[in-house]
Design a protein around this ligand. Sequence first.
Ligand SMILES: C[S@@+](CC[C@H](N)C(=O)[O-])C[C@H]1O[C@@H](n2cnc3c(N)ncnc32)[C@H](O)[C@@H]1O
Length: 307
Amino acid sequence: MSAVHVPVLFKEVMDSFSIFEKREDLVYFDGTFGRGGHAVGVFEKYHPVKMFASDQDLIAVEHAKIHFPQIEITHENFLKFAQNHQNKDTKFDMILLDLGVSSPQLDVAERGFSFNKDGPLDMRMNQKSELTAAKIINEFSSEDLMQIFEEFGEVPNPFHVVKAIVNDRETKPFDATLQLAGLIERVDGWQKKGFHPATQYFMALRLVINQELHVVEQALPLLIQQLSQGGRISVITFHSLEDRLVKNIFKSDQTGFPISKKVIAPSDEECKINPRARSAKLRVFQKGPEPVKPDKFALRRALRNQP
Ligand SMILES: C[S@@+](CC[C@H](N)C(=O)[O-])C[C@H]1O[C@@H](n2cnc3c(N)ncnc32)[C@H](O)[C@@H]1O
């Protein structure tokens, strides 16, 4: 059992807040606290006077209460946090959302996130919510299963896997991760080296169970409203659908601007040390008007127009 989480894109996240280096009285909100890897970095580098945090995982919150008593952490979804914070005066200078699951969640078989370890078909980040992977696999219609795997897992043709699930569950309900992973392996086979055939199916279930896309879509505009003028929100995603969502919200929100058109990705070196960083992408948004870029051709135009 591992309780260690190596924060991804650590330097890049710290750099995304570098405009606050000489500022005082900063307020920081970490919506996905996990084991506090990024929060510790922010605390050491920018000395925020007030730190708010949320995590929907009870274990992460209990860990934070013991190890970071100075942080005000709540056991809730960051969407709930943003909704509850709407009428409060405190604005945030720095917000971080490091989406997805933590290594402790992935590595502990009992949480049911991993297709490599045998555990219950669970996949809930919040242990108090009701929908589990077992419920979806055993009770949802084949049409719903098809839609989940196609839409959220981007599986090109899940038909044979869905048919096998619906057939097998008649005789024995699914209750274990390896039972499902084994079926997918048997039906789809290994098509890409190093890429377990169950990867996209498990990802789809996880996204649906934890309503991950819906939460980001609803929460981001609220959190942007709660930024101070000049405040920044940095978001790390691990899934193309999620990244597209963040990119579009940042692009269309008129109260600020994305600080770079290009997404920030981990270096090859980071991916080698921490393979879980491989699919990570960072986007940063700043509240307030975009600084006017210097016009590189102004001098040339002025000279050309001289009488
Ligand atoms: C990738 S980890 C964050 C790791 C953290 N940045 C660190 O360095 O330790 C994601 C964490 O966010 C939590 N989480 C994911 N989505 C969430 C949401 N919508 N609301 C609250 N917590 C969430 C998960 O339970 C998990 O603990």
